[in-house]
Design a protein around this ligand. Sequence first.
Ligand code: CP
Ligand code: NVA
Length: 336
Amino acid sequence: MLATIPSLQGRSFLSEKDFTKEEFLYFIELAMKLKDEKKYGIPHRHLAGKNIALLFEKPSTRTRCAFTVACIDLGAHPEYLGKDDIQLGKKESIEDTANVLGHMFDGIEFRGFEHKKVEMLAKHSGVPVWNGLTDQWHPTQTLADFLTVKENFGYLQGIKFVYVGDGRNNVANSLLVGGALVGMDVRICSPESLFPAEEVVETAQSLAAQSGGKVTITSNVEEGVAGADVIYTDVWVSMGEEDKFAERIELLSPYQVNMDMVRKTGNKNMIFLHCLPAFHDLETKYGKDIYEKYGLGEMEVTDEVFRSAHSKVFDQAENRMHTIKAVMAATLGNMK
Ligand code: CP
Ligand code: NVA
């Protein structure tokens, strides 16, 4: 039996920096336990009788499905509310909407644009709010990523974790701060114009000083990936910035994850991770459009790396569900 952490009860999950190293690692331990329980058919209905609102202003495959399946496995009822279903900030203030939802639901997931919105929901709803991605952070993704690292290497402390690509997006911010929190040798490798914001780097540096971790921000690929255990990338253009393809292709082409970059790590046991969705072939509408306009058949990662033995992206995607389940169970569940 995994001892519960009382400090997590009733808490919201908005970004990595809100948690201690011990709390963050606990979510991962709990996810491992819940993953085992699911595998062996052991019931874990820690949210029996609860109702959960799932608010999505941006599209989602993994996050929506992970929250939905996790709710049902935990015995809760999930209610999906898409961008045209409710008035959030349009005809009703976020404060009033939060208040109403908090009087009906036991917990709220939110995916959207401004991080401020998820903070306001947490402030005014009176129930735990879980961030399913904002423009600034994607913390439930970090938990799934670190669980995948733990499953492959057995530990997190000192892991050489390299994020390559758009260094200032939500996933990069979360991995930088999350990696520093748990004591990784975390590196952002991107063009200087896409370096993370100074305040994010400062937060990461101060967490690394406490955890024994290390923070590196570099535009040099050789330096960035040397000895890497993990190479991680994300799309070059995030949701909401679709007008930026031309400039990002120009800036980020030298940072494409390909077999040459994998060899540069010098580590044959390295793994490749990606939060997904990924542009690695021409099997998407976006992929085809980009090919027609710019002649590029693959973007942030080549099909060869994506399909290689190094790639753990589908285990990582499954881990979204186990880790999201852990977050909901630890913050809202009856864990006795
Ligand atoms: N990784 C991730 O958040 O995927 P979705 O956008 O499909 O939820
Ligand atoms: N940075 C990406 C992550 C998608 C899961 C985006 O925000 O679109």
